[in-house]
Design a protein around this ligand. Structure first.
Ligand SMILES: *Cc1c(COP(=O)(O)O)cnc(C)c1O
Length: 396
């Protein structure tokens, strides 16, 4: 070891400088540590807060029937899968869940992945490579952008919902294989992609469509079957991704598609092949979660009522909610520091709403991403509205 520290840079000096500059630009990220389950009321540092941050849209993350199903699944299958799916980690619990997911989303087959991030990486890299072309909405989730870069295909991004630009890009492409990537419900904006028009473009230009329904599965459509059911659309060119850690309340993700696509993923999906299968008891619990999603129309009806109420509550504020009919209701502040300030003021009143800043959202559009759950009550939303109006009054 050298102890002549004057003549040598301390390791990490450049990292510290980077971290400081991030803090100076109000971009520093901190984590809250929850001492309670995910629910409308969470405990942080011994204090209870009313929270509007999670993606637990149907209030299933702490549902007693799912907790019981996890215990039952662990007793039946143990706690760890012990191996990847292609070695000997593929359990009957995984298999039953794949069959249930295929049938629930009305696709020929479904395949489980550990996470949505990995499902997107697996699909995009298994289906495209050098010489192929990917087209992606600019506001897509980061996991789709990363998947596109990992694939080495040529990536063209189009403005948010800019289907005219997408059409020009598709028309100009000479690629062997074309793949369009889109969130179905945009995760930081809450708006829904105009799926019929998007699909029509994919058909006209012979492109596959990867539809990431992380925020629509369980929430939209008849029985919560997702965005495809919402639009009453199905097509063999759609590769549907649903996640299981948001509305479904547990963990994981799946791809639902034609049999050939699923076989391609089993053969070539690196994020499927080279990782340990998720614990089978989670799949066992997810079978119960699917039942609760399908039979719980009241949860989606309540979400719609709460969403309408929140819009009323926010009407007189100087900040505007983005136009969204999903439980994702972003209140746009613009500046990073402003979003942090309002988030902090809410926190002092016992309410948690995360400030979302670049690069998660574009520069100058920092926002409070309010997300609703069917386990919120009317009074919770009224309390949030009153707190926001008070903060606005105090600052003026
Ligand atoms: C959350 C999310 C993902 C990632 O899913 P995980 O299961 O959390 O990895 C992918 N796409 C979108 C649109 C998301 O919101």
């Amino acid at each position: 070891m050298l102890n002549d520290s004057d003549s040598i840079h301390q390791p990490g000096e450049d990292l510290r400088e980077y971290l400081r500059s991030r803090e100076n630009r109000s971009l520093y990220r901190y984590r809250l540590t929850l001492e309670s389950p995910q629910a409308p009321r969470v405990t942080v540092n011994g204090r209870e807060y009313l929270a509007f941050c999670s993606n637990d849209y149907l209030g299933l993350a702490n549902h007693p029937e799912l907790i019981a199903a996890v215990c039952e699944g662990a007793a039946q299958y143990g706690v760890g899968a012990g191996a990847s799916h292609l070695v000997n980690g593929h359990s009957r619990a995984h298999h039953l869940l794949e069959e249930a997911l295929a049938s629930f989303t009305r696709h020929p087959r479904a395949l489980l992945f550990s996470t949505g991030y990995m499902a997107n990486a697996g699909v995009v890299t298994a289906l495209t490579g050098r010489g192929d072309a990917i087209f992606a909405d600019k506001l897509n989730h980061a996991s789709l952008n990363d998947a596109a870069l990992l694939s080495h295909a040529r990536l063209s991004r189009y403005p948010h919902l800019g289907l005219a630009v997408l059409e020009r890009q598709l028309a100009a492409s000479q690629a062997k294989r074309k793949l369009v990537l889109s969130d179905a419900v945009f995760s930081m904006d809450g708006d829904i992609v105009p799926l019929p028009k998007l699909l029509e473009l994919c058909e006209r230009y012979d492109a596959w469509l990867l539809l990431d329904d992380a925020h629509g599965f369980g929430v939209l459509g008849d029985q919560g079957r997702g965005s495809l059911a919402h639009f009453n659309i199905s097509s063999p060119r759609i590769i549907y991704i649903g996640t299981l850690g948001k509305a479904a309340g547990v963990f994981g993700a799946f791809v639902a598609a034609q049999g050939e696509i699923i076989e391609m993923l089993i053969q070539c999906g690196r994020s499927y092949i080279y990782t340990t299968a998720t614990p089978p008891f989670l799949s066992h619990a997810l079978l119960k979660s699917l039942e609760l999603i399908g039979s719980g129309a009241w949860r989606r009806e309540k979400l719609a009522r709460l969403t309408g109420l929140l819009k009323q509550e926010c009407r007189s504020l100087p900040w505007k909610l983005l136009p969204s009919d999903t439980p994702i209701q972003p209140l746009v502040m613009g500046e990073n520091a402003k979003a942090l300030q309002v988030s902090e003021a809410l926190r002092q009143k016992g309410i948690l709403v995360t400030a979302i800043r670049p690069p998660t959202v574009p520069q100058g559009t920092a926002r409070l991403r309010i997300s609703l759950s069917s386990s919120h009550d009317i009074e919770d939303v009224v309390q949030l509205g009153a707190a926001l109006r008070e903060i606005d009054r105090d600052r003026g």
